[in-house]
Ligand binder design. Sequence first.
Ligand code: 5GP
Length: 118
Amino acid sequence: MAEQRNDTVFGMILRGEIPADIVYEDELAVAFRDIAPQAPVHVLVIPRRRVRSLAHAAADDQALVGHLLSVCAAVAEQEGVAESGYRVVTNIGENGGQSVDHLHFHVLGGRRLSWPPG
Ligand code: 5GP
């Protein structure tokens, strides 16, 4: 079956249809600044290939998910928050607060983050 067109805003960013402030990219992943940052550093790390959420990741996506987490750590280093600390979050589904159906990890840092999250 032909793969469905990625009609999410992240699909548009990946195709270059809308601009994004890209801070890192490789053959599997792209990282760009969140349009509505919740912290001084707020970067989204996404796979080029669409996976709808972590809950939709299949067994053969394990390497991809591991790679995305490595990219999160590299981005935190690059953004200068590795030493002060940061948070990596992925929201899943309605109760998780997911608003874009394309797997993404938020990398948040540059301020003291509260816990528990709201
Ligand atoms: P979620 O709520 O699904 O966990 O996270 C989606 C994130 O995507 C939100 O933090 C939101 O601000 C961000 N976002 C939504 N539309 C755009 C966009 O067009 N460009 C960028 N850079 N970020 C976006």
